[in-house]
Design a protein around this ligand. Structure first.
Ligand SMILES: NC(=O)c1ccc[n+]([C@@H]2O[C@H](COP(=O)([O-])OP(=O)(O)OC[C@H]3O[C@@H](n4cnc5c(N)ncnc54)[C@H](OP(=O)(O)O)[C@@H]3O)[C@@H](O)[C@H]2O)c1
Length: 333
């Protein structure tokens, strides 16, 4: 779906009875309005049916292909393991659907180039599911930076740590392209494109250390040097939850208690001249809501698309590759 020819609600099809679809996409869809989930597909029909019943999706089907082929679907949400993102995104784009694909869009820069080429040739809209750029908190950060609130930006410090409680999970699998860097390290990498002067790191300008499980990295720390500016990134599947961000400048700093999925209780703190200002930019209850509202209005032709995958996914993939190369091989955990 590339043009604003929709009149009513956007009809979504969901690939995979996934946790993220249940915990974030569907609640966001309900809060956003203007769209509804009409089909959910699973490898297993009983799982799709249970998901549809519990989440109020109109219909459940076995096999992802049915969603792709359905003439009653305008947009596809892809909530599959990372290794499956590219192939199903390509199928959906070629079928003329708009696509919101979970992050990371692809597992390599070469794969990213191929998927973006399909998006360009089909003219179908493609978003990688980073929802924070659509939120008021993020716009406020950019406004403060543009206004010189912290002077020249020198460093972005951005850890995304959490403790994975399950011993079997797509994140722990090499075959499914899991790992801490792919799962949560992609967030600081994507944020760096927004708040730093966006240059690709030169070869050799990344240092990093990782521990792994023999298949994927589990706990990674890296510094990506862009010349004057730096990204200091942490990502972990094994540490206590910690997802703050600090943007450090020559005249002050901005601290976000939750940069990627802020709740109404989260705060943006500006420190400058020995003073501290605390703000609570208005955010939705559900972090996906703003992005979905935007996608709906694009599909109805009311708004030009913003934050398309074409604008950022390739640079992210290249940076993730450079970090992974600097950390190779992960130290046995
Ligand atoms: N944007 C965000 O905030 C956010 C947050 C968490 C996760 N994510 C992303 O969302 C995606 C899914 O994560 P999740 O935590 O929701 O994972 P999950 O609960 O394990 O769901 C993955 C789904 O993929 C399907 N699948 C297909 N082949 C599979 C295989 N070989 N092994 C396991 N599952 C397979 C399964 O659906 P069926 O069995 O029903 O077919 C499963 O429900 C990942 O790409 C992750 O990075 C994004």
């Amino acid at each position: 779906m590339s043009a604003g020819r929709l009149k009513g609600d956007v009809r979504w099809g969901v690939l995979g009875a996934a946790r993220i679809a249940r915990s974030s996409f569907l609640p966001g869809l309900r809060e956003a309005g203007g769209g509804r989930a009409v089909l959910v597909a699973s490898r297993d029909l009983a799982r799709a049916e249970a998901f549809a019943r519990a989440e109020g999706v109109d219909e459940a089907v076995e096999g992802y292909e049915t969603v792709i082929e359905s003439p009653d679907i305008d947009a596809v949400y892809i909530a599959l393991p990372n290794s499956h993102h590219a192939s199903w995104t390509v199928k959906a784009l070629e079928a003329g659907k708009a696509v919101l694909c979970e992050k990371p869009l692809c597992v390599s820069s070469a794969e990213t180039e191929a998927v973006l080429a399909v998006a360009a040739s089909t003219g179908s809209w493609l978003w990688e599911s980073f929802v924070f750029p659509f939120q008021a908190q993020h716009r406020r950060v950019l406004e403060l930076l543009a206004g010189g609130a912290i002077g020249e930006v020198l460093e972005l410090v951005s850890p995304y740590h959490f403790k994975l409680s399950r011993s079997v999970d797509i994140r722990l699998s090499g075959e499914l392209a899991g790992g801490a860097l792919a799962d949560v390290g992609c967030y600081p990498v994507r944020l760096a494109q927004e708040v730093l002067s966006t240059h690709d790191p030169a070869p050799g300008e990344v240092v990093g250390f990782a521990t792994g499980n023999g298949e994927v990295d589990i706990d990674t720390v890296a510094i990506v040097n862009y010349g004057v500016q730096r990204l200091v990134l942490g990502c972990s599947l094994t540490r206590a939850l910690d997802v703050f961000t600090r943007v450090l400048g020559t005249e002050g700093q901005i601290h976000l208690s939750s940069p990627f999925h802020p709740a109404p209780s989260d705060a943006l703190v500006l420190r400058r001249d020995g003073k501290e200002t605390v703000e609570h930019p208005t955010v939705d209850t559900r972090s996906f809501s703003a992005a979905l509202r935007h996608i709906h209005s694009v599909l109805r032709g009311e708004q030009a698309p913003a934050h398309l995958a074409a604008e950022s996914a390739l640079r992210s993939a290249r940076t993730i590759e450079a970090i992974a190369a600097a950390c190779r091989p992960p130290h046995p955990g």
